[in-house]
Write a protein that binds this ligand. Structure first.
Ligand code: FA5
Ligand code: MG
Length: 439
């Protein structure tokens, strides 16, 4: 089930964009870092403090679809909090990758003047990015499903909350980098269950190969070198993190890599997709003004890896401030070899309520619109939401949806009266905001 959900994002539009970049000369070689100096400003778009950033995100615009419930998450930067499980996983990955690089890659510097065996670390880039770097530069077509307001948080026509850390690929590659690891929070309108949350964290890894590392004049042989290095570093990473866990490689599709792969890990009786990766598409490198270079990229979900590593059963737990959760990870950063399995400090009973309604006639509603209203009223009390019945009344042509909402508090017991109160507010809000007709 997990897999089919994620496929939606990039796989629907299978056609690549082969637009001609007439303003770029073909076959341009890698350029020196200095000539990109002024372009670095696009990587660090005005260093904004969190409060200004929140105000910027909330500026009214007809296209602004960022709900209030997202705002408190901005700037929390869980991946940077010492002892937080996401920070521990991030550090483990960075340590592993640096060690791999120092052993596997040649000592020295590239034509751009950057080290050939050390990843640059970027972990505090602004999450507000433009559609050019988030989508266009990565060959994600204007009508692609992942760009729709049903899937992406728009601030206005041009600015979005990054939907993936790949949004930083082109500006960083353009800066002349040879390799980097870039982590941060990403935002998606998505369904609600134990492994999906509207804000989660990703890490992007990119390596651009130096000509001296490839087979000169043989693109195919070079491609084989790149692909095998990519799989080697990621298989090694999964082994380093999880030991002998079952994993599988599958062919995947992303507009910005070719070929593309994903890696799944077996967890709690299901295959859990933990990362996507591939060989960077030539046209992406053209967009980053590094035509003639070749390299690989990967993007992994930090929550997914932390869930497997520490056996954390629910993605909402990462946001709790409860010491019973956070204290379990203390001391791990200094002792990376220590094994920790999260011990649930409470198992409060779940409780579910159903709601069914007619969708408003003639107004296209996406289930993500429903999930967001549910989130905005019930917050982290919702464990999951399932659309369990959908039908069209043949006479009136109206569409009916029925959702089962599973409630469970992470930190305490919920009373029936409390859940009823939330459910009633939620029903009212669905009517008020989405104009549905309750059944
Ligand atoms: C991407 O976001 C691509 N940018 C990854 C990539 C980078 C491919 C570079 C090629 C080259 P995808 O949507 O599959 O791909 O997400 C990547 C990972 O993020 C997933 O494997 C999963 O681990 C995690 N992820 C995706 N959606 C969610 C979610 N809603 N909640 C938690 N983790 C998620
Ligand atoms: Mg995926």
């Amino acid at each position: 089930m997990l897999l089919s959900k994620e496929k939606r994002l990039f796989r629907r539009s299978v056609l690549h964009s082969f637009s001609v970049f007439s303003n770029l000369s073909n076959g341009r070689v890698c350029q020196g870092a200095n000539s990109f100096k002024d372009k670095m400003s696009s990587i660090h778009p005005s260093i904004m403090d969190t409060e200004s950033l929140k105000r910027r995100i909330q500026m009214p615009h007809p296209k602004n679809n960022v709900p209030e419930s997202i705002i408190p998450k901005i700037g929390r930067n869980l991946h940077l909090l010492p002892h937080h499980p996401l920070n521990i996983v991030k550090q483990k990955i960075e340590n592993y990758c640096q060690e791999y690089a120092s052993k596997k890659y040649r000592n020295g510097t590239s034509q751009t003047g950057n080290a050939l065996n050390k990843f640059e670390i970027h972990d505090n880039l602004c999450p507000l990015v433009n559609t050019k770097t988030c989508f266009d530069d990565l060959l994600v077509k204007p009508d692609h499903v992942s760009r729709r307001p049903s899937d992406t948080y728009y601030v206005n026509d041009e600015l979005v909350l990054r939907t993936h850390t790949s949004a930083h690929q082109c500006p960083l590659i353009q800066s002349g980098t040879t390799m980097f690891l870039c982590s941060g929070d990403v935002f998606r309108r998505d369904e609600i269950d134990s492994s999906h949350y509207p804000v989660f964290h990703q890490m992007e890894g990119v390596k651009i190969f130096d000509n001296s590392e490839l087979v000169l004049g043989d693109k195919e042989a070079s491609l084989a070198v790149i692909e095998s290095d990519l799989k080697e570093i990621l298989t090694g990473l999964a082994k380093d993190l999880f030991g002998d866990v079952d994993m599988r490689w599958r062919n995947d599709y992303f507009p910005f890599t070719d070929p593309s792969f994903e890696l799944d890990v077996f967890f709690e009786g299901e295959w859990l997709e933990v990362l996507g990766c591939g060989v960077i598409h030539n046209d992406v490198l053209k967009n980053a003004e590094r035509s003639g270079c070749q390299g690989w990229a990967f993007g992994l979900g930090l929550e997914r890896l932390a869930m497997v590593l520490f056996k954390i059963p629910d993605i909402r737990l990462f946001w709790t401030q409860d010491k019973r959760f956070l204290d379990q990870f203390h001391g791990l950063s200094d002792n990376p070899k220590k094994k920790v399995s999260f011990v649930p400090y409470s198992k409060f009973p779940l409780c579910y309520k159903d709601v069914s309604f007619w969708l408003p006639a003639g107004v296209p509603l996406h289930p993500n619109d429903i999930y967001e209203v549910i989130r905005s009223v019930a917050g982290d009390l919702v464990e999951r939401v399932d659309l369990f019945d959908e039908f069209v009344n043949k006479k009136t042509n109206r569409v009916s949806h029925a959702y089962r909402i599973t409630y469970r508090h992470m930190d305490r017991n919920l009373t029936n009266a409390e859940v009823d109160e939330v459910q009633f507010r939620l029903r009212d809000k669905l009517v008020e905001q989405l104009k549905v007709e309750l059944r």
